[in-house]
Every structure is written in structure tokens, then in C-alpha cells.
Design a protein around this ligand. Structure first.
Ligand code: HEM
Length: 337
């Protein structure tokens, strides 16, 4: 179903009249319209949308540099469940926030609220939660962390329902083999290169001990510690996690936790990946067969990583968008109107 919607999207069919006019206007301004989303969707309805989002993200990151990472992850977790429709932001008993991959983990919702409040003041009822959060906040989270300035396509509308069971089943777990993770990406139209490139998002942000401490003790019948984990990193992580409740956090990229760079891949080359699913891209049997060469390529070239990251982010942001008259523009990202 999701693949079907993706295919329809990429064939560019079904564009609404309103969007056609808008796209034509955008094109006449020498902008590029691709499929149903465009890179100038708010040029007329809310030209200041991007600068409002950027200013709020910048404030939030001054208070806590990690927030850029948290906003990037929200975008990813939203797009993999019902497409990029802001469904992760909805509160309620079926909320995606309560699904295992998000509970006590997904963060940044207050920043989203603040961005949305500013946008509603400036341009009431115009900018969707899906766009202001999913696309723009993630873009500025990456950019303000030192990452690439990729072009974001806009025009997504907000979904009407959350999908908690979808969040539990569609989002990849750090305990899964690479082949499972690759399959989950394929289910939303993303390929093996996208898996490796987007995993590079782990160049920023943190993870809780509970998500990697399986690598630190009683690893297997023969090894106490994961043999694909660097020994000195293993001891410092053991010290961090020992006796705790599992909620202590370690940097996903220990050398430069808040800088968006290609050190994530260089870490993998020296067995310093934090999550099993990170290190598996380079060291696991299925990773060696499919993803190892890509890790080496991105570890060798920041430029190549940055350029591919932008492309894969645009692809991820295009997963089953609601456009035309589908969905709505929520007034409050936490509830349908
Ligand atoms: C490939 C499969 C992936 C797996 C298994 C995975 C898993 C995880 C886990 C377990 C955490 C830590 C959560 C916690 O401590 O509560 C995390 C954090 C994070 N993930 Fe992923 N992830 C994947 C892909 C991605 C992608 C595609 C992106 C974005 C493009 C991304 C961006 C992030 C970021 C930025 C953080 C840090 C968030 C923060 O510090 O608040 N991840 N991921």
C-alpha cells in the first residue's frame, strides 16, 4: 500500500489543480517542482516559514546542541509510519509516541510546539506540522550541526490518525540484522545506499544504555563483550552503563557528538560504532556482503556523504506525502482540528 502510494507519487500523477498552479508559479520563478512536493510551496502563502523554523531550531540548539539530532530523528520516525504526515506528533492512547521505538526516546515535541505557535501567529492555517517539523526542522537540525544544506521539498499535509502498531512494526530496531533493516527501508521505497547514508544521521545525537548494553556483557557463549566493539570503547561504556537504569546516554559518534561530519563511518572502520545496527553495516556477515563498501566510501569522503545524505533525505521526505485536499493543516500539531 505504502509502496503503491510512493509509486503514484514518483510518477507525478494526480496533482491537484491548486498544486499545479502553485508549481507553475514556482517554475516561473525558476524553482524546481518535483512530483507533488515543491521547493517553493510557501513562497506565496508564508514566505517567512523557513526563516521562522530556522530561528526556533537555532534557539533550541543554543539551549541544547543535541536538539538538532532529536528533530532529525522525529522526521525519520514520522516518515516510516503512514508516510511523512506528522502522525508522530499526535497525542492520545493510540499515539505513536507510546510505541516501543519512541517511548522515553523520541524527543523535541516542545520545540515543535513552539515552532508551530510561531507559524500560526505569522500565517494562520497555512504551514503543516508535517512540513514545519518533518522537513524544515530536520533540515535546520542538520545544517546548524554543520551538515549539508540540502533543498527540502514542501507541500505535505497533516494526517488524521496515528498508527501505534505501525510504529512498532515499521521502525528498525538496533537489535535487528542488517538484512531486516534493509527490508524495512525497502518497504518504504528506500534502497541499501539510503540505509547506509541515512544511518549517517547517527553522526549526531545520543543513545541510551538499554539499546547497546547487550554488547557489553554475556554477549555470546564464547564472548563476554561483542568482538566487533573496540575494547577501550567497551570499557568506557561498561563504566557508564553499569548499575544504572539503562537511561544513561552515550554519544552515537563519541569523537564529535554534536557535529554533523563523516566520523560516524570512520568509527565503524575502527569498530567504534555504538549500536549493533551501526557496527553491523561494516562488520556483520550481511553487512560485509551489502553495505561495507559504502561505509568505506563515505568514511573516505565527507563531500560524497553530504551530497548523498541530502538526496536520501529528500527521498525519505517523499514517502507517501498527503497532498492536494488530503488530510488537513493542523492548528496544533498534537491534535486533529
Ligand atoms: C538504520 C536503522 C536505524 C536504527 C536501528 C536506529 C536506531 C536508533 C536508536 C536505538 C537510537 C537511540 C534511541 C534512544 O536512545 O532512545 C537512535 C538515535 C538516533 N537516530 Fe537512529 N536508527 C536508525 C536509522 C536512523 C535514521 C535513518 C536517522 C535519520 C536520518 C536516524 C537518526 C537518529 C538520531 C539523530 C538519533 C539521536 C537522537 C537524539 O539524540 O535525540 N536514525 N537511533
Amino acid at each position: 500500500m505504502m509502496m503503491e502510494r510512493n509509486m503514484r507519487y514518483s510518477s507525478g500523477g494526480g496533482m491537484s489543480c491548486c498544486l499545479s498552479v502553485l508549481a507553475a508559479l514556482c517554475l516561473s520563478a525558476a524553482a524546481v517542482a518535483r512530483g507533488q512536493l515543491t521547493d517553493c510551496f510557501y513562497n506565496y502563502g508564508c514566505p517567512q516559514a523557513a526563516s521562522i523554523v530556522k530561528a526556533r531550531v537555532s534557539d533550541a540548539m543554543k539551549a541544547e546542541a543535541r536538539m538538532g539530532a532529536s528533530l532529525l530523528r522525529l522526521h525519520f520516525h514520522d516518515c516510516f509510519v503512514n508516510g511523512c504526515d506528522g502522525s508522530i506528533l499526535l497525542d492520545g492512547s493510540d499515539s505513536e509516541k507510546l510505541a516501543a521505538p519512541n517511548l522515553n526516546s523520541a524527543r523535541g515535541f516542545e520545540v515543535v510546539d513552539a515552532i508551530k505557535a510561531d507559524l500560526e501567529k505569522a500565517c494562520p492555517g497555512v504551514v503543516s506540522c508535517a512540513d514545519c517539523v518533518l522537513a524544515l526542522a530536520a533540515k535546520y537540525g542538520v545544517l546548524l550541526s554543520g551538515g549539508p544544506d540540502y533543498g527540502v521539498l514542501l507541500g505535505r499535509r497533516d494526517g488524521l490518525v496515528a498508527n501505534q502498531s505501525g510504529a512498532n512494526s515499521n521502525l528498525p530496531s538496533p537489535f535487528e540484522p542488517i538484512s531486516n533493516i534493509t527490508r524495512k527501508f525497502a518497504n518504504v521505497g528506500l534502497n541499501t545506499n539510503d540505509v547506509v547514508v541515512l544511518s549517517g544521521g547517527h553522526t549526531i545525537g545520543r543513545a541510551r544504555c538499554v539499546l547497546f548494553s547487550n554488547r557489553l556483557s554475556n554477549f555470546s557463549a564464547t564472548d563476554s563483550v561483542d568482538p566487533t566493539l573496540d575494547a577501550s570503547l567497551a570499557s568506557s561504556l561498561q563504566a557508564l552503563c553499569q548499575g544504572g537504569d539503562g537511561n544513561q546516554t552515550a554519544a552515537l559518534d563519541a569523537g564529535s557528538p554534536d557535529a554533523f561530519d563523516n566520523h560516524y563511518y570512520q568509527n565503524l572502520l575502527s569498530q567504534r560504532g555504538l549500536l549493533s545496527s551501526d557496527q553491523g553495516l561494516f562488520s556483520s556477515a550481511d553487512g560485509v556482503a551489502t553495505t561495507k563498501a559504502l561505509v568505506q566510501a563515505y568514511g573516505a569522503s565527507t563531500q560524497r556523504f553530504f551530497s548523498e545524505f541530502g538526496k536520501s533525505m529528500v527521498k525519505m521526505g517523499n514517502i507517501s506525502p498527503l497532498t492536494g485536499s488530503a488530510g488537513q493543516i493542523r492548528k496544533n500539531c498534537r491534535a486533529v482540528n
